[in-house]
Design a protein around this ligand. Structure first.
Ligand code: SAM
Length: 293
């Protein structure tokens, strides 16, 4: 099936890269994609949202949950889960070995290594035995699956009866500029990126509720989080915006006008000096579903 094996990481910007390939540090043209940094910044800048979702999930599970983190990336979700749920045991899986190395280092640095196991798994293939899990967690990961229905079925099989599947996805990628010219440029770029993601086989606007129901899950919640962070924002937010714009410029090379490419380049350069009017607007979706007991 047409999947994302051929397009650059930067097509699928903040917190939702494209195909992991074998080196997340560079795309198919050998240009650094900074994906790991992007994922870490997403967790840092949007920490209140991430914390709220994990608190919510934590309130719905047993005290010592066994958790499987699908497409765990650099481990921002894995380690946040381990810290907020201090008796949880987590198996983090990803296709990308360098992501898993990053994750192992992060877990060790935080003193969580005894409760975090990192395993290389291609979730597009039949999954190895990962359960029985109390929670399967998938943050910005399900849209990568080549066959979403099959991945949801395998998540169901990984859960114990009564277990919880938490899917979070980006509903809209972050917007940073409130001035009319900046906002219009972002809108134009987002529209082209949306088309490229669809072309690449990413399932960005999947109806996960319907997929979950079809696989036998009982939906507990489907909730949209509207995030709006206003100035003044911390330095990490400026870096997040800068990296997002840079990835966007790179991913859209040859797909947008020369003027827009140049304007993106100027925005990236301007952000070096910081920018007092930066905002962050994004929407995220969370689905919580139970495997019936
Ligand atoms: C956008 S990142 C999300 C990382 C992390 N969950 C987070 O929220 O920061 C998606 C991750 O899914 C992984 N991934 C993509 N396709 C995969 C597959 N077929 N099997 C396993 N992992 C995959 C990528 O390597 C990447 O680390």
């Amino acid at each position: 099936m047409a999947h994302s094996h051929t397009h650059p990481h930067s097509v699928d910007s903040p917190g939702a890269d494209s195909h992991p390939g074998h080196s997340h540090g560079a795309d198919s043209r050998g240009t650094p994609s900074h994906l790991a940094e992007m994922l870490d910044l997403d967790a840092e800048v949007l920490h209140e949202y991430h914390r709220e979702v994990i608190t919510w999930v934590g309130s719905l599970v047993t005290d010592r949950p066994r958790i499987v983190d699908l497409g765990a990336g650099t481990g921002t979700g894995t380690t946040a889960l381990a810290r907020q749920l201090p008796a949880a045991e987590i198996t983090a899986v990803d296709l990308d070995e360098s992501m898993l190395d990053h994750l192992r280092e992060r877990a060790a640095a935080l003193g969580l290594a005894d409760r975090v196991r990192a395993v290389r798994v291609d979730l597009d293939q039949p999954w190895p035995e990962l359960g029985p899990a109390d929670v399967v967690w998938a943050s910005a990961a399900m849209h990568h699956m080549a066959d979403p229905a099959d991945a949801v079925r395998q998540a169901f099989a990984t859960l114990r009866p009564g277990g919880l599947f938490a899917i979070t996805e980006l509903d809209s990628f972050p917007h940073f500029f409130a001035d009319p010219a900046g906002a219009a440029l972002e809108d134009r770029c987002h529209a082209v990126l949306d088309a490229l993601r669809a072309e690449a086989g990413l399932h960005m606007h999947e109806d996960w509720g319907a997929r979950l129901t079809a696989a036998g899950f009982a939906i507990e919640a489907a909730r949209q989080f509207r995030i709006e962070l206003r100035p003044p924002l911390p330095a990490a937010a400026t870096r997040y915006a800068q990296l997002s714009m840079e990835r966007m410029r790179h991913g859209l090379e040859g797909r947008i006008s020369a003027d827009d490419t140049a304007a993106l380049g100027r925005l990236v350069a301007d952000l070096d000096g910081g920018r007092g009017d930066l905002t962050i607007r994004t929407t995220r979706m969370v689905w919580l579903a139970r495997r019936p007991a």
